[in-house]
Design a protein around this ligand. Structure first.
Ligand code: 4AD
Ligand code: MG
Length: 466
């Protein structure tokens, strides 16, 4: 019987026996011609980083039609015999019987020729960069991590919640909402010298969400344990290797968790995902270890084997002040920790992930639970080597009056958040949650330095195209 359907190269490479009539389809990565009248093609279809070798005999009937078209980047269908290959490192290969060219790739024009390209250059061709080894591997690992995230929460009975993208609440209170409007921005309706948003599509000012947390809390106060996993948007003008204007965030929210429970879950979560990637993305991880960062796998295994250090913000400031390091930004109690401070703690001081908790009240959003000292809140950030902050979370303020007072202090309109306050009025409960930046996780797992290279189409200031 003839097999008509193509098989994935990953599955073909796992075969142990010869077989007639297999079909593989994919893109030529490289081609080499031998003097004996054969072409050797390395074919890749994205199912694995590994290519399958295809041998094309120049005496094949179809060869005359396709010979000129067999160039790097061209897309083919190959029908042939799967044979055990004598070459080392190569288990099987295909001896082609028939070659169909679906799409040519002109050698003069196709930009991904053999030599290695810089990531900067590849960012200028984001429609073609997925066809490189690095980007194929990144996206397979990213895919596996997304799967692992759902698996982790489903194993623990969390409900996957879809929170809205369009919202009128600025969860983090940092004023970084991208506005969503159908008003004519060159001629908006004006009432008392301000724009009249009652005439806008939603009858009020709206934007793209910076976090699904507040809506997540609503459902945690009914279903117990939920998580969101979706795109979030921040109009922050940060041109760094760790910031995107559009990124994906995972936000679990749990009733009856205090900050300690929250930190424990965060640590378990990160370890689960690292283990999963190492187990199921072996070939891709080895590639990163070889080409991107030679200490990657060792470093990730070390994270798996260590327990995260937990220190208060006050202790962290103390350590930094006594470190004798010259920091670009001064360290002072009450100021935000900068990336250089976070990296000192994880890379030099503790040499493992560090969870910093109990931050000053003044530098954290309104929803965090105030400690008895009145000066700090039940916040926690998980910091990892090379990157700094990967998770930010907290226990939430569950006392109606304290929350109300804190909103007033921070100039937040309580009427707008009446629904959030009512969660504290009707059946309030201690609860906690956190947000994991998905792209930062992918960076951490792959060792990629720039966040723009771990998302298919990065959105950053002045960059939203191809
Ligand atoms: O620390 P953040 O701002 O926390 C929140 O949004 C909370 N509402 C989360 C919660 O408690 N449910 O953001 C959470 C994480 C950060 O630790 C970081 O990993 C990532 O989101 N992140 C970004 N990733 C890429 N680009 C940006 N501009 C990011 N801003 C935050
Ligand atoms: Mg944060």
């Amino acid at each position: 019987m003839t097999i008509k359907k193509r098989e994935k190269i990953k599955d073909l490479l796992a075969q142990k026996e010869e077989r007639e009539n297999v079909i593989a389809k994919g893109w030529i990565r490289t081609k080499r011609d031998s003097k004996g009248g054969f072409s050797f093609l390395e074919l890749n279809d994205g199912s694995t980083i590994n290519n399958i070798q295809v041998i094309v005999d120049h005496s094949l009937e179809c060869y005359g039609d396709v010979s000129e078209k067999l160039t790097t980047g061209a897309c083919l269908s190959i029908e042939g015999k799967l044979t055990l290959s004598p070459g080392k490192g190569q288990s099987v290969e295909i001896q082609a019987k028939n070659v169909t060219v679906y799409g040519i790739a002109d050698t003069e024009e196709f930009p991904l020729q053999k030599k290695r390209h810089s990531f900067e250059f590849l960012r200028t061709i984001s429609h073609l960069r997925p066809r490189t080894n690095t980007f194929g591997s990144i996206m397979r690992v990213r895919n596996r991590l997304a799967y692992g995230i759902h698996q982790f929460f489903h194993e623990r009975g969390f409900v996957y919640l879809h929170t809205p993208i369009i919202t009128s609440s600025d969860c983090e209170g940092a004023g970084e909402l991208f506005q969503v409007t159908t008003l004519d921005i060159s001629n908006p309706p004006i009432e008392n010298k301000t724009i009249d948003y009652s005439q806008d599509f939603f009858g009020k000012k709206t934007g793209l969400t910076v976090s699904g947390q507040l809506e997540g809390e609503v459902y945690a106060m009914a279903l117990g344990e939920i998580y969101t996993f979706g795109p979030t948007f921040r109009a922050e003008n940060s041109n760094t290797s760790r910031h995107l204007a559009e990124f994906w965030m995972v936000e679990p929210e749990m009733a009856f968790y205090d900050l300690e429970d929250d930190m424990e879950l965060a640590e378990e979560f990160i370890k689960y995902l690292l283990k999963d990637a190492l187990e199921y993305c072996g070939d891709d991880m080895e590639f990163f270890n070889l080409r991107i960062d030679k200490t990657l796998i060792e470093r990730l295994r070390h994270v798996l084997d260590s327990s995260f250090e937990k220190i208060t913000y006050t202790e962290a400031v103390d350590i930094l002040l006594k470190s004798g390091e010259k920091f670009q930004y001064p360290v002072e109690w009450g100021e935000n920790l900068q990336s250089e401070h976070e990296r000192y703690l994880t890379e030099k001081k503790f040499k493992k992930p560090v969870i910093v908790f109990d931050y000053p009240e003044a530098i954290k959003p309104f929803y965090m639970k105030v400690n008895d000292d009145g000066k700090t809140v039940r916040a926690m950030d998980v910091l990892v080597p090379q990157l700094g902050e990967i998770i930010g979370g907290s226990q939430r303020e569950d006392n109606y009056q304290i929350l109300m007072d804190r909103m007033k202090e921070k100039g937040i309109d309580a009427d707008e958040y009446y629904w959030y306050l009512e969660l504290r009025k009707f059946g309030s409960a201690p609860h906690s949650g956190f947000g994991l930046g998905f792209e930062r996780l992918v960076q951490f797992v792959t060792g990629m330095e720039n966040i723009r290279d771990v998302i298919p189409f990065p959105r950053t200031p002045k960059q939203a195209g191809f």
